[in-house]
Design a protein around this ligand. Structure first.
Ligand code: 3H9
Length: 699
């Protein structure tokens, strides 16, 4: 049963009971209407309490139902709210924990609202690329005022119930009472009281929106969201809908809101945002590791290496209140690492993101050491030393000697074989990869690399810990580069081939940045350091002699142009200025390279640039799926959205491929495979198979 109905001395209690968050799916909606009817028809009932069981009042409309006929089926949420609002017997919403989206809209349809403190109140629809579609844009401004409501609607940010309860007069606030004690009992008592009063009972829709200069404020809001709304249609539609209600009254506003909702639900941007919402949650689920797998306790962490990476990794744990023992081989390196961490925190204090006293508290959680013995009590040890197997071997053999039994031993390697690293110990089941992305204290992505012997409880522990340190963790199997870097290598290969064939760095970057990437491959490479890719390529040439690469990047590196740090790379840079200026010298070098290698340069269009770069990701992603390196397409998308600057409004490479249609992706890849340099394209069989079935990676 999605809804429970009970009676208590003249009060009917309708309890949403649809775990996990009382989503307002069809069964729940029908249950509420049935409960309302039952209460109306029972002469013994004088008032109705509407509440939620478990961990929410309601998390809103059931997002899984969107784009399915169920979403439109009666009773729709609008019908449910109308039923509540038009009830002759007063309805009291008793809100606790979470009232979001349609959940809050439902509560706004009630005549009275009580809330427990600490409840998260939000209209977060905008984060899903839509707008509140069941009266939220009309009722919330009438409940809490235009400015506060517009702010909540456009940002989607949750506000604590106690903040809203004290908003102005009780009559103009959202809640009639804030209940410190037993919410259920308080709601019953309140319902009895109002049940005894003569109607009609107050309706939010009948309140007026009072504002001295509504038009001016709405224009101000429009200007403020312009940047935010660049690639997303929803924020401006939110403002339009609120404005429609202000100008034309409740009913017209409501009709306009509905129109906008229906249109927005179908946009690719909304699909992308919903995909990311579920993708984030799906990533934490590993097919063969049950949700109830016991986890190991992680009370103390060791980090080996206090360089940029190790320091950033340590900060993650400290920020979550977990003490860290930070190990280095030399005192000066340790001092330098600690100073960098302190500097990072000081920058946060300056920006007002951290209280000064919190800085010292965080620094106090670090125990610096030069001795491995100090790691013997750590529950998890993350190694962030030089990326070379021999160096990792030394570290893991040493860890095997000193770490306590059951401690998790993690490597932050970005390319090396985690199985070989595990084999340096007598406890390969406790070894796992934790691939953080730089800067590790900022980037959301964590690739959790599962070795062939990694124990299930180790994985479950690391995934839970990732949540605690606010990372989006995605499990990857062992392969060269794991999910993210293995795919980016094909993308960069294509970028370089295009230079040989006729493009220049600035054109490639411009095209892909217009597509929505935060930074094109050449600007990115200049930022990271071209020498890093050079070192990897040198290794590749030996490991995969049959694979063909453009050597133009090597030629660039041979001139010492490693990027921003050397004042020049693919672009020229001026001292103290990160702007990338196209380099005549480099462009000439590229043209000369084409000539030397006998390639006739041609004009390459932006569409080809985008397709070759993005489909290179998609093609490799499809292989990663086939090999079981990633367990689902959305995992790959989460890697790209959180670690590689793929535009969120396109939902990641795999969802983008679905949007384009795999049939079209396949045709494009076959076309590029027939060009010079086409040998780099080995069409993933999975793409052809899914295309033939008219399916996509996501169904
Ligand atoms: C809306 O209301 C439209 C209306 O205006 C108009 C309609 C006409 N639906 O986050 P968690 C699942 S749009 C379906 O890990 P937490 C979630 O997938 C909606 N499922 O828990 C997960 O499933 P699983 C506006 C939902 O405690 C499980 O619940 N509302 C929904 O950290 C636990 O989620 C929102 O945008 C949903 N609405 O946080 C609220 N919500 O266990 C979005 C959650 O299988 N939700 N699930 O992986 C949230 O922000 C958080 O989930 C919430 C709980 C704060 C509620």
């Amino acid at each position: 049963m999605a809804v429970d109905y009970t009676t208590h001395d003249g009060v009917a209690v309708i309890t949403l009971n649809n775990p996990p968050v009382n989503g307002l799916g069809l069964a729940t909606r029908a249950g509420i209407v049935a409960g309302m009817e039952r209460a109306q028809n029972d002469p013994a009932i004088t008032a109705i309490v509407l509440t939620g069981a478990g961990k929410a009042f309601s998390g809103g409309a059931d997002i899984t139902e969107f784009n399915s006929p169920k979403a439109m089926q009666e009773p729709t949420l609008a019908t449910v709210i109308k039923t509540v609002e038009n009830s002759a017997k007063p309805v009291v919403a008793a809100i606790h924990s979470v009232a979001m989206g349609g959940g809050l809209e439902l509560a706004l349809g009630a005549h009275y609202r009580l809330a427990a403190p600490g409840a998260q109140i939000a209209l977060p629809e905008v984060k899903l690329g839509i707008l509140p579609g069941a009266g939220g844009t009309q009722r919330l401004p009438r409940a809490i005022g235009l400015e506060a409501a517009l702010n909540m609607i456009v940002t989607g940010a949750p506000v604590l119930s106690e903040k809203l309860a004290h908003h102005g007069l009780a009559q103009s606030g959202l809640f009639d009472e804030l209940v410190e004690g037993d919410l259920g009992q308080a709601a019953l008592a309140f319902a009895r009281k109002v049940g005894a009063q003569q109607g009609p009972h107050p309706k939010v829709r009948e309140r007026k929106i009072e504002h001295p200069n509504a038009e001016g404020f709405i224009q101000f809001a429009r200007n403020s969201v312009a940047g935010l709304a660049k690639n997303f249609p929803a924020p401006l539609k939110c403002i339009d809908a609120v404005e429609a209600g202000v100008k034309n009254g409740f009913d017209k506003g409501l009709a306009f809101e509905r129109e906008c909702f229906v249109a927005l639900v179908q946009t690719p941007e909304s699909r992308a945002l919903r995909h990311a919402f579920f993708g984030e949650r799906a990533a934490s689920k590993i097919p063969d590791v049950p949700a109830d797998t016991p986890v190991r306790e992680i009370a103390r962490v060791g980090v080996i290496g206090a360089g940029t990476m190790g320091g950033g990794i340590a900060m993650n744990f400290i920020n979550a209140g977990i003490p860290v023992t930070l190990l280095e081989t030399k005192q000066e390196a340790l001092d330098r690492g600690l100073a960098t961490i302190r500097k990072n925190y000081e920058a946060n204090v300056k920006k007002g993101k951290l209280k000064p006293e919190a800085l010292e508290a965080r620094m106090a959680l670090i125990t610096p050491t030069l001795s491995y013995d100090d790691l013997k009590n750590a529950d998890l040890i993350v190694e962030a030393v030089f990326e070379e197997l021999g160096v990792k071997e030394q570290v893991f053999r040493r860890l095997d000697e000193i770490a306590r039994p059951g401690a998790i031993l993690a490597s932050n390697t970005s390319t090396l074989d985690v199985n070989r690293i595990a084999a340096f110990t007598k406890r390969p089941q406790d070894v796992v990869g934790m691939h953080f992305f730089s800067p590790a204290n900022v980037m959301k992505l964590l690739e959790v690399v599962r070795g062939k012997e990694t124990a299930k409880d180790v994985l479950a522990t690391v995934m839970k810990l990732a949540k605690k340190i606010k990372k989006t963790a995605v499990v990857s199997g062992v392969c060269d580069g794991f999910i993210g870097n293995r795919m980016i290598e094909q993308y960069i290969r294509q970028a370089l081939f295009m230079l040989d064939e006729g493009a220049l760095p600035a054109q490639v970057d411009r095209a892909i940045e217009k597509f929505g990437f935060a930074m094109g491959p050449f600007r990115m490479s200049d930022l990271a350091g071209n020498d890093i890719g050079w070192a990897i390529r040198k290794r590749r040439y030996q490991e995969y002699p049959e694979m063909q690469y453009s050597k133009i990047a090597d030629r660039l590196c041979e001139t010492g142009r490693f990027g921003q740090k050397t004042g020049g790379g693919w672009y020229d840079y001026k001292a103290g200025d990160r702007t990338a200026y196209p380099s005549k010298r480099v462009d000439e070098m590229i043209v000369a390279y084409s000539k030397d290698t006998g390639i006739a340069r041609r004009k390459i269009g932006d569409e080809e640039i985008v397709e070759r770069l993005v489909f290179a990701l998609v093609n490799e992603g499809a292989k990663i799926l086939e090999e079981g390196i990633a367990s689902k397409a959305s995992d790959i998308d989460m890697v790209y959205l959180t670690g590689y600057g793929f535009p969120l409004y396109r939902g990641g490479p795999m969802l983008y491929a679905d949007t384009v249609g795999l049939y079209n992706v396949e045709r494009a890849i076959r076309r590029y495979a027939a060009q010079p340099n086409g040998h780099a394209w080995q069409l993933a069989p999975g793409i052809a198979e899914l295309a033939a079935q008219g399916r996509g990676f996501n169904g």
